[in-house]
Design a protein around this ligand. Structure first.
Ligand code: NOJ
Length: 531
C-alpha cells in the first residue's frame, strides 16, 4: 500500500481572507491578522488552511477579479507578510493552500487592457472575443453566473467579450498556449515561495465549446432560480478539453514535491470524479459539495454518501466539504442542534474534510440590510436570496467590540450572536460546538478507522431519521450513529452491544457502554468504539 499524502490525512480549513482577522483597523481581514491567529488553528487541530484570493484586485468580486497574479493587494499586506505567514504556519505544522483564479482576470489586468486596446493587439486572443450576431446581439445565449448575458459589447473595437461571471471578470482564452504558459508561471511563482498547493477557482469552466453553440434550455427552470439556470451549461463549461489543461496544471505541480491540487467543481458526481483524471493525473481532490446541496435528512444524505463512496476509483481519495464562502452557512441551513450532527458527520466520513471558518463556533447568518449589501450577485439579482454576504461576516473571537475582529468599522456587519458565540467563550465551555469540533478532530486524527478505514452503512432496526455506518481499518473500527431528526429515537443492531461512546454531541454520554439497542436524544450523534 502506498503511503497516504498529507492532504489525504489532513483537515482543511477555509479562511475567507477579508473576514478572519484585521490587524490594522481598516475593517478588512489581512495576512498579518491570519498569522496572529495561527495558534488558534493549531489548537483547533486542523492541518491545512486555504486562503481565498489575496492578489491585487479592484475587488468587484472581492479578490476573484485578479489584476496582478504576482503580488499581494495592499489591503491584505505585502509579499513579505505572505512569506512570513507561510513560515509561521509551516513552522507549526500547518500547510498553506492558496486560491488560484485561472478562468478569468479583472478587466483592469494589464493583459485585458492590452487585449481590448485593438483587434490587432498581440494579446487580443488571450481573451474570448466574438463578432455580434447580424442583428447586433450577443454571439450566443450564454448567461453570466451572476445574471444577464455573458457577453459584453466593446464599443471601441466593435466586438463582444465573454465573461462567465461579472463583466469586470473577462474569461481568459485557455486554448491560447501563451495564456497557459503565463498561468503556469503564476503557479511556479507561488510554489517557489513554498505554498503547499492550490484550490483552483471554477476549474470546470476553463475550456468552452470551440464553436460557441447555444446552451439548450433547462426544462426544469423556474423564475425563482438564478438566471444562469435557464439553460443547461453543456457548451459553456465542462468541455472535454478541460481535462487536458488540468493535466498540464497538475504537471506543473508535480515538478514540486508534495503539492496538492484541489478543484472547485459543481457537477453531478459521475462528472465530478472525472476530474481525478484517468492515466494522467488531474485534481488530487475535486471538491465534493454534496453535503452543501443535499436535502438534510438521513435517507438523502445516506444515499449520497453511498453513491459517492461507491464511485471513487481505488487509487483516488475522496473528500467532503461542509461549508464555503458561496453557500449559506450550515448552522443557518439546518439549525444549531443539527450543525453538531453535521460536524460529526463531516469528521467521520471517508475522505478529507474541509470546514469553513466560523462553522466550528456555529456562526449563524445575519440578514444583511440593503445598505450593507456588498456581494455583486445580490446586487445583480436581488430578492432571490442569492447574496453571499451572510456567510462572509467577520470571525467572532471574543466579547470585545466587533468580537475582536477589528478595531475599525468591519467591512460587513457581524452576526448578532457574536457577544455569546465567540471563540473565547466557547473554548471555555466543554459542551460547546467548538469543544465538540475539537474532540472530533482529535479523535479522527488519532483513529486509523476514521482516517483511512472503509465505509459501510449499517442496517439496524428502529429509527425514524437515523443514519448509521461503520468505518474500519484492519481491526480498528468505529461506528457512527446520527439522529437527523428532532425526536427521541433508538436503533438496534447486535454489533452495537458492548461498545463505548467515544464522542457524543450531547453532554454526559461519553464513556457510556451501550447495549444492542442505543437510545438517541433529538439531534444526537454518537461515535461508538470498542472498549
Ligand atoms: C467561485 C468563487 O468561489 C466565487 O466566490 C467567485 O465569485 C466565482 N468563482 C468567480 O470567481
Amino acid at each position: 500500500m502506498r503511503k497516504p499524502a498529507w492532504w489525504e490525512q489532513g483537515i482543511i480549513y477555509e479562511i475567507y481572507a477579508r473576514s478572519f482577522q484585521d490587524s490594522n483597523g481598516d475593517g478588512i481581514g489581512d495576512l498579518k491578522g491570519i498569522t496572529s491567529r495561527l495558534e488558534y488553528l493549531r489548537w483547533l487541530g486542523i492541518t491545512a488552511l486555504w486562503i481565498t484570493p489575496i492578489y491585487p484586485s479592484p475587488m468587484k468580486d472581492f479578490g476573484y477579479d485578479v489584476a496582478n497574479y504576482h503580488d499581494v493587494d495592499p489591503v491584505f499586506g505585502t509579499l513579505a507578510d505572505f512569506d512570513n505567514l507561510i513560515e509561521q504556519a509551516q513552522g507549526r505544522g500547518l500547510r498553506v493552500i492558496l486560491d488560484f483564479v485561472p478562468n478569468h482576470t479583472s478587466d483592469q489586468h494589464p493583459w485585458f487592457r492590452e487585449s481590448r486596446s485593438s483587434r490587432s493587439n498581440p494579446k487580443r486572443d488571450w481573451y474570448i472575443w466574438r463578432n455580434a450576431k447580424p442583428d447586433g446581439g450577443p454571439p450566443n445565449n450564454w448567461i453570466s453566473n451572476f445574471g444577464g448575458s455573458g457577453w459584453e459589447w466593446d464599443k471601441a473595437t466593435g466586438q463582444y467579450y465573454y465573461h462567465a461571471f461579472l463583466k469586470e471578470q473577462p474569461d481568459l482564452n485557455w486554448r491560447n498556449p501563451e495564456v497557459r504558459a503565463a498561468m503556469h508561471n503564476v503557479l511556479r511563482f507561488w510554489l517557489d515561495r513554498g505554498i503547499d498547493g492550490f484550490r483552483v477557482d471554477v476549474l470546470w469552466h476553463l475550456m468552452k465549446d470551440p464553436q460557441f453553440r447555444d446552451n439548450p434550455p433547462n426544462p426544469a427552470y423556474d423564475p425563482t432560480q438564478p438566471e444562469i439556470d435557464k439553460y443547461l451549461q453543456i457548451h459553456s463549461a465542462d468541455h472535454p478539453d478541460t481535462h487536458y489543461v488540468v493535466q498540464e496544471i497538475r504537471g506543473v505541480l508535480d515538478t514540486y514535491k508534495d503539492r496538492v491540487l484541489i478543484g472547485e467543481i459543481y457537477l453531478p458526481i459521475e462528472r465530478l470524479v472525472a476530474y481525478y483524471g484517468r492515466e494522467a493525473g488531474e485534481a488530487h481532490l475535486p471538491f465534493n459539495f454534496q453535503l452543501l446541496q443535499t436535502p438534510w435528512n438521513s435517507r438523502r444524505v445516506g444515499a449520497v454518501i453511498r453513491e459517492y463512496d461507491g464511485i471513487i476509483p481505488e487509487q483516488h481519495w475522496p473528500n467532503w466539504v461542509l461549508g464555503n464562502h458561496d453557500k449559506p452557512r450550515i448552522a443557518a441551513r439546518i439549525g444549531h442542534p443539527q450543525a453538531r450532527v453535521a460536524a460529526m458527520l463531516l469528521l467521520t466520513l471517508r475522505g478529507t474534510p474541509t470546514l469553513y471558518y466560523g462553522d466550528e463556533i456555529g456562526i449563524a447568518e445575519r440578514a444583511i440590510a440593503k445598505e450593507f449589501v456588498r456581494d455583486p450577485w445580490e446586487r445583480n439579482e436581488p430578492g432571490l436570496g442569492l447574496g453571499r454576504d451572510p456567510q462572509r461576516t467577520p470571525m467572532q473571537w471574543d466579547g470585545s467590540p466587533n468580537a475582536g475582529f477589528t478595531t475599525g468599522i468591519p467591512w460587513l456587519p457581524l452576526s448578532p450572536d457574536c457577544s455569546t458565540c465567540n471563540v473565547e467563550r466557547l473554548s471555555n465551555d466543554p459542551d460547546s460546538i467548538l469543544s465538540l469540533y475539537r474532540r472530533l478532530i482529535f479523535w479522527r486524527q488519532g483513529s486509523a478507522a476514521l482516517m483511512e478505514g472503509k465505509y459501510r452503512q449499517i442496517e439496524f432496526s428502529g429509527g425514524g431519521d437515523l443514519l448509521c455506518y461503520e468505518r474500519r481499518a484492519g481491526s480498528d473500527r468505529a461506528i457512527v450513529l446520527l439522529n437527523f431528526g428532532a425526536a427521541h429515537d433508538a436503533a438496534e443492531a447486535p454489533e452495537f452491544a458492548g461498545l463505548k461512546i467515544a464522542v457524543a454531541t450531547h453532554a454526559g454520554r461519553e464513556g457510556e457502554i451501550v447495549d444492542a439497542k442505543v437510545k438517541l436524544q433529538p439531534n444526537e450523534g454518537l461515535i461508538l468504539a470498542p472498549v
